[in-house]
Every structure is written in structure tokens, then in C-alpha cells.
Design a protein around this ligand. Structure first.
Ligand code: AP5
Ligand code: MG
Length: 187
């Protein structure tokens, strides 16, 4: 089963993705986590991504499409996965759709974590104090929210055409939201 977590920065993709990954015993693939590890390691991808990442802009598809291809090709991702933070552009969505279709698979569910903007900002400012992510500064948080609306939110319509979008009210405790997702997935 392939599940996509869609939602603005701070909506809980990483948090709920981890819970789902454990529940179903399938990997969570998060492009943001991969980029952070690459930046930390100073690898070529990390170096290329850094100026976009730190500005809260999307890292170009020229980098991300290769990354997605190699993640989807991994043996542990052949029977299912939780996608956190991608696909985020039309080109990424097309790549994911095509790659899975060639294997006789498809994206089964797109969970849209719907959280009001004030709550997103509150969470991200809270996380900035705890984790110090370089893109959790007030200005970059604002940019990320705008970039989400402009470049990623339009994908909701794309997945809705496939009839796989479920809106999840993303406010409440982490456990409440996990239960709601469980109810939506029926397992
Ligand atoms: P990415 O790492 O994907 O970050 P994001 O989309 O900005 O989202 P976050 O990770 O900030 O939030 P989340 O939804 O995972 O929420 P979380 O569970 O952490 O991307 C970062 C950057 O990398 C992008 O800006 C871009 O530059 C680049 N990038 C990544 N993927 C890309 C791609 N495919 N294409 C191009 N560029 C790409 O929760 C947030 C906080 O809230 C946490 O502190 C958490 O503990 C807390 N929290 C969670 N749930 C609750 C709750 N119910 N109540 C209270 N607090 C909660
Ligand atoms: Mg995340």
C-alpha cells in the first residue's frame, strides 16, 4: 500500500507518517529528511539543495526527480511506502504515478492534513526552539507556507481526480489524528 501525506509545513506529515510506517511495517520516505542528511554530510545533492532549502523554496525537480527514482527502486519500497513531503510538484507526481503504474501498483491514498495557518506557525516556531532546523526561521516559515499554496496545493486536485484524497482535520492531539486516519483507512 502506498500512502501519500499531503499538507502544509507543520501539518504533521512527519509525525503521522512515522506512526503509519510502524503500523503497516512499510518504510516512510521523506524527501526533506533525505535532503537534511545530504546537507549534513556535505554531499553534492546537499550542496545543491542548501540555498533553496534555507530560503524555504522548493529544491529543483532536476535534483528531486533523481532522488525519488532511486528511493522507489529500493527493495524495501517495492510493496508499499509512506510518502512524506513528495510528490510536491506536477513533474514529481507524474514520475510517482508512472513508476508505480509500470509495476502494476498505484498510490492508494492521499491524506490531506488540514491545519489552520495560525496553528502551523505556532508549531513551527515551537519546533525551531527544540530542533533548530535551518528553515524554521520566521521569514523562511512564511515563504514555505506561500510556496506550499502556490506549488503543492494544486496537486490536491490532481489526486482528487483519482478519487484518493481524504481530508483529515489536523488539529487535536497527535493520537486523535492518528485514530482518525486509522478510521479513514479502515484498518
Ligand atoms: P520538509 O522536510 O518536507 O518540510 P515541510 O513540508 O516544510 O514540513 P515539516 O517537516 O516542517 O512539517 P510536517 O508536516 O512534517 O510536520 P511535523 O510532523 O514535523 O521540506 C523541507 C524543505 O526541503 C522544503 O522547504 C524544500 O526546500 C525541500 N524539499 C523537501 N521535499 C521536497 C520536494 N519533494 N521537492 C522540492 N523540495 C523539497 O510537525 C511539526 C511540529 O508540530 C513538530 O514539532 C511536531 O512535534 C508538532 N506536531 C505534530 N502534530 C501535532 C499535533 N497534532 N499537535 C501539536 N503539535 C504537533
Ligand atoms: Mg516533516
Amino acid at each position: 500500500m502506498y500512502i501519500l501525506l499531503l499538507g502544509a509545513p507543520g501539518s504533521g506529515k512527519g509525525t503521522q507518517g512515522l506512526i503509519l510506517s510502524r503500523r503497516f511495517g512499510i518504510p516512510k520516505i521523506a524527501t526533506g529528511d533525505i535532503l537534511r542528511a545530504a546537507m549534513k554530510a556535505g554531499s553534492p545533492i546537499g550542496k545543491e539543495a542548501k540555498r533553496f532549502y534555507d530560503a524555504g523554496k522548493l529544491v529543483p525537480d532536476s535534483v528531486i526527480l533523481e532522488l525519488i527514482k532511486s528511493e522507489l527502486a529500493k527493495p524495501e519500497a517495492q510493496q508499499g511506502a509512506i510518502f512524506d513531503g513528495f510528490p510536491r510538484t506536477a513533474a514529481q507526481a507524474e514520475l510517482v504515478d508512472k513508476t508505480l503504474a509500470l509495476r502494476g501498483q498505484r498510490l492508494n491514498h492521499a491524506l490531506l492534513l488540514d491545519v489552520p495557518e495560525e496553528e502551523l506557525v505556532r508549531r513551527l516556531h515551537g519546533r525551531a526552539l527544540q530542533e533548530g532546523r535551518t528553515d524554521d526561521t520566521p521569514e523562511t516559515i512564511r515563504t514555505r507556507l506561500v510556496v506550499y499554496q502556490q506549488e503543492t496545493a494544486p496537486l490536491i486536485a490532481h489526486f482528487a481526480q483519482h478519487g484518493i484524497v481524504h481530508r483529515v482535520p489536523g488539529q487535536g492531539t497527535i493520537d486523535d489524528i492518528a485514530l482518525e486516519i486509522q478510521r479513514i483507512l479502515g484498518r
